[in-house]
Design a protein around this ligand. Sequence first.
Ligand code: GRF
Length: 206
Amino acid sequence: MNPPAVPLRKRVAILISGRGSNMSALIEAARQPGYPAQIVGVISNRADAEGLKTAQNLGLSTTVHSLKDYPDKTATDEAITRTLESWDVDMVCLAGFMRILSAEFTLAWQGRLMNIHPSLLPKFKGTDTHRRAIEAGEKTHGCTVHFVVPELDAGPVIAQSSVPVLPGDTPETLAQRVLSAEHRLYPQALKQVLAHADTGELQLAG
Ligand code: GRF
């Protein structure tokens, strides 16, 4: 008798610029039996990104594609695409990737390119979200996983997670609370997207 068919796990690459704690959360999730993704490689735009060492220590393929190594952004993003294609990637997760990708790149990977953003989009697009949320008197803040489109932080929302803004919060204490939520949300959101990748039945939030 043939053994039961094992569902193929989708091939996922992660793009980082720094610490890589969301990257680590995705790698950890992908090590669990039954998780629908395998992490096949990590790309950074900075050679000194702390997360690169973490990924290498876990035996993952890593590559650096920095703007300064190429004539322009288009050429840099083409190099990223070549690496992704060489890894036969199904889905790309931006995890603290702090460079705006070219419209050509985002359009080429549309529907296969996700990002995690530290606010409840559409509130607080861009950077410095925790300080801005406190200054705006928000009682609730959080994080969003969304598909990436050429316009910054504007793509369809996949999933969100809320946290309270507490009296006395600083941007740092609030960032820590949001980051813990990010580490839970991103693996769940990726799983949700991949579960529906072949059926096209994903219901997007928002
Ligand atoms: C996270 O807060 C993420 O939402 C934002 O940048 C930060 C990256 O942190 N885009 P890490 O590198 O995943 O630790």
